[in-house]
Design a protein around this ligand. Structure first.
Ligand code: ATP
Length: 336
C-alpha cells in the first residue's frame, strides 16, 4: 500500500539535498506519495505566518514528514520554523544517531563511535519568552517541566530497552541551575529506576563536552534538555565527520518529522556541493518508522558502501564529488 509523506524541501541547500534524497528513496522501490509543501523565508514573509496553513494541513493528513532546513534569521525577524513546528505538532523527542561511517577520515581513526542523542524538543530556553525589562537589560526564561522531562526520559529509556543499549547518561548543569536542571535530573532518576537493566549516569554539560572529545566511544545514549541537546549535537556531529552526515527525527505521539541536524548552509547553497547524506539517513529513519524495514536497511547499506569505496563522496568529508555524483552512486548501489 502506498504511503503519503509530506516533503518540505526548505531553503538554502534544502531543495538540493531533498531532491537527492527523494531519488535515493525512490530507488528502493518503496511506494511513497510525496506531498510537496513549500516553506522558505519568502513564503513566511509573504504569508506573515511562521507555519503557513498548507504545511500544517499536509502534516496533519500524512502524519509523516521529510524536511529540509529553513533559514532562521539571527537576532530578530520571525521565530524559528523548526521550533514552531516542534511545538505546534508536539514533536517532543529529537533523536539524533551519531555513528562513524566507513571510510571517513576523522580525528578518531581507530575508534568506533555509536551514540544516540535524545534532546527534549519543546521547552527550556526555546520557550521564546524574552523580555527587555528596562533598556539594555533582558531576561530569557528557561522553562523546565516535569511532564516534558519525564516524557523525553521515558522515550530515551524505552529506546535503550528496545535496542539493547547499555547506558543512558543525563547531561545537565544542576550545580548552577539547581531548580530547573534539578527538576530535569530528578525526573531522569525516577524514570531510570524503572529500567534496572540500563546503566544510568549523570554528567555536567561542560565535563560531558570534554569527555565527548576525549572518549567518544564510551558514550551510548545521551539524554539532554533542549539547549544542551542542540549544542552537544553539533559537537558530536564534528566527531564523526561533520553536519553533512548526521540525521535526525522529531517524534511526537501522533506525528513524526525527519530532518538533518544541519541548517540551510547558505555559504554553499546552489553550488551543487552539499552533502545529502544527513537527509538520506533521516529518510532511513523515516522508512523504519513507516515499517519499510527492508528498504531502510538497503538504503543504509548502500550509503555505507559508497563511503567505504570513497570515490564519490562530497567535499565536506574530504572528497570531490558533487551532490549529484554522490546521489548517482547511492542510487546505483541501491539498484545493484
Ligand atoms: P542552523 O542554526 O540553521 O542550525 P548552523 O549555524 O548550524 O545552522 P549550518 O547551516 O548547518 O549552520 O552550516 C554550518 C556549516 O556546516 C557551514 O559551513 C556549512 O557549509 C556546513 N554544512 C552544513 N550542512 C552541510 C551539508 N549538508 N553538506 C556540506 N556542508 C554542510
Amino acid at each position: 500500500m502506498s504511503q503519503n509523506c509530506t516533503l518540505i524541501p526548505g531553503d538554502g541547500i534544502g531543495p538540493e539535498v531533498a531532491r537527492a534524497t527523494v531519488r535515493a528513496v525512490e530507488a528502493t522501490g518503496t511506494d511513497i506519495k510525496w506531498q510537496l509543501a513549500e516553506l522558505n523565508q519568502n513564503i513566511i514573509l509573504e504569508s506573515g505566518k511562521t507555519l503557513p496553513q498548507h504545511v500544517l494541513d499536509s502534516l496533519n493528513e500524512t502524519r509523516v514528514g521529510l524536511k529540509g532546513p529553513v533559514t532562521t534569521p539571527i537576532a530578530g525577524g520571525f521565530q524559528s520554523v523548526n521550533v514552531a513546528l516542534r511545538k505546534t505538532l508536539d514533536l517532543f523527542a529529537n533523536v539524533r544517531p551519531i555513528r562513524t561511517l566507513p571510510g571517513i577520515k576523522t580525528r578518531f581513526e581507530d575508534v568506533r563511535i555509536d551514540m544516540v542523542i535524545f534532546r527534549e524538543n519543546t521547552e527550556d530556553l526555546y520557550s521564546g519568552l524574552e523580555h527587555e525589562i528596562i533598556p539594555d537589560v533582558v531576561t530569557s526564561l528557561k522553562v523546565i517541566t516535569r511532564t516534558a522531562s519525564e516524557r523525553i526520559a521515558n522515550y530515551a529509556f524505552q529506546y535503550a530497552r528496545k535496542n539493547h543499549r547499555k547506558k543512558v547518561v543525563a547531561i545537565h548543569k544542576a550545580n548552577i541551575m539547581k531548580l530547573a536542571d534539578g527538576l530535569f535530573l530528578r525526573c531522569c532518576r525516577e524514570v531510570a529506576e524503572r529500567y534496572p537493566e540500563v546503566e544510568y549516569k549523570e554528567l555536567i554539560v561542560d565535563n560531558a563536552s570534554m569527555q565527548l572529545v576525549i572518549r567518544p566511544e564510551t558514550f551510548d545514549i545521551l539524554l539532554l534538555p533542549n539547549l544542551y541537546g542542540d549544542i552537544v549535537s553539533d559537537l558530536a556531529a564534528g566527531l564523526v565527520g561533520g553536519l553533512g552526515i548526521v540525521p535526525g527525527a522529531n517524534m511526537g505521539k501522533t506525528h513524526a518529522v525527519f530532518e538533518a541536524v544541519h541548517g540551510s548552509a547558505p555559504d554553499i547553497a546552489g553550488q551543487g556541493k552539499a552533502n545529502p547524506t544527513a537527509l538520506m539517513l533521516s529518510a532511513v529513519m523515516l522508512l523504519t518508522h513507516i515499517g519499510e524495514n527492508a528498504a531502510a536497511a538497503k538504503l543504509q547499506q548502500s550509503i555505507e558502501a559508497v563511503y567505504k569505496e570513497g570515490k564519490n563522496v562530497t567535499g565536506d568529508v574530504g572528497g570531490t564529488a558533487s551532490t549529484e555524483e554522490f546521489t548517482d552512486a547511492v542510487v546505483k548501489a541501491v539498484k545493484g
